[in-house]
Write a protein that binds this ligand. Structure first.
Ligand code: SAM
Length: 277
């Protein structure tokens, strides 16, 4: 069960009392579920623009109804196609830097006859966005946090402070949050979910001017840290064991290990231990 923001609880076949269904976003109605590029979900279902992964389904839940979405690093284009098919968004740009996924996105769009609503563009990062698109939400999913950060930083000129950022980093959350803070973006919602034995975080951020977070908030996620859900505690319990083992092996290593690396890991172990206490 994902850690979930109340305002983003959505109809994804995860109906549960834990979700306040009265607060469900108006978009995304329909039995659309999981997606993982070129793979099935945990129940062996084929994933595509009709059956999203839980991960992408939760990302979809944070895209405002009627948005003009830029999905950067769209790969097969399942997210924008699913959202347009559902009538959840007005239009989308699917940006891809690599030719094979770009062609896959083009194919998904044309198979769904959505060329008039979704532009597939071969471009690096936010360069896919054109002024006339009037983009209101940007999703960057399934990439490392540092890659997402670098894409945002390189494309700053295309961020107008009005777009909602919906980010799903695969690791590297801390440097990504640091960039968001340094660039005046407030974390509006954070989710944690576990799928196919991976922990995924989703960060929803909006420009707010000046924002400030502590180092621990940047590390754990300010809203996740506040909520302390069972999924969050379980994730960090697992991470703690792993980091403690790594730290012990670094300390016992026969070859010298850079002291700053050891200190950094020791600090992480301290923070996690304190947080779980
Ligand atoms: N967003 C989809 C998802 O979450 O399922 C696809 C994730 S896939 C693992 C990452 C995609 O990002 C790849 O198709 C890759 O080509 C694309 N990508 C990486 N860097 C990019 C960049 N600078 N600009 C556009 N796309 C990029």
């Amino acid at each position: 069960m994902p850690t979930i923001c109340r305002e983003a609880a959505v109809n994804i076949g995860l109906r549960s009392n834990a979700f306040e269904m009265s607060a469900i976003a108006r978009q995304n109605r329909g039995p659309i579920r999981m997606q993982m590029p070129d793979a099935g979900d945990e129940k062996g279902r084929e994933l595509n623009e009709q059956t999203l992964s839980m991960r992408l389904e939760r990302v979809a839940a944070h895209v405002p109804a009627g948005a003009r979405l830029a999905d950067i690093g769209s790969d097969h284009g399942y997210l924008p196609v699913a959202l347009v098919r559902r009538g959840a968004i007005e239009m989308a740009v699917a940006g891809e830097v690599a030719m094979t996924p770009y062609r896959a996105a083009e194919r998904t769009v044309s198979e769904n006859d959505l060329q008039s609503r979704i532009s597939v563009r071969l471009a690096d990062g936010l360069a896919a966005i054109e002024a006339g698109d009037r983009i209101t939400a940007i999703s960057l999913c399934g990439m490392g946090g540092e890659t997402i950060r670098n894409i945002l930083d390189a494309g700053k000129a295309r961020l107008n402070g009005e777009q909602r950022l919906i980010l799903q980093p695969n690791g590297g959350e801390q440097p990504l949050r640091l960039w968001l803070m340094n660039n005046g973006y407030q974390m509006r919602c954070e989710e944690l979910l576990r799928e196919n034995r991976f922990d995924y975080e989703i960060i929803v951020a909006e420009f707010a001017g000046t924002v400030s977070y502590t180092p621990q908030e940047l590390y754990f996620g300010p809203l996740l840290l506040q909520a302390r859900s069972a999924a969050f505690l379980a994730k960090w319990q697992r991470r703690l064991g792993h980091k403690q083992r790594t730290l012990n092996s670094l300390r016992l290593a026969s070859r010298p290990v850079p002291e700053d690396k050891v200190q950094d890991l020791a600090q992480q172990v301290r923070w996690i231990t304190e947080m779980l206490a």
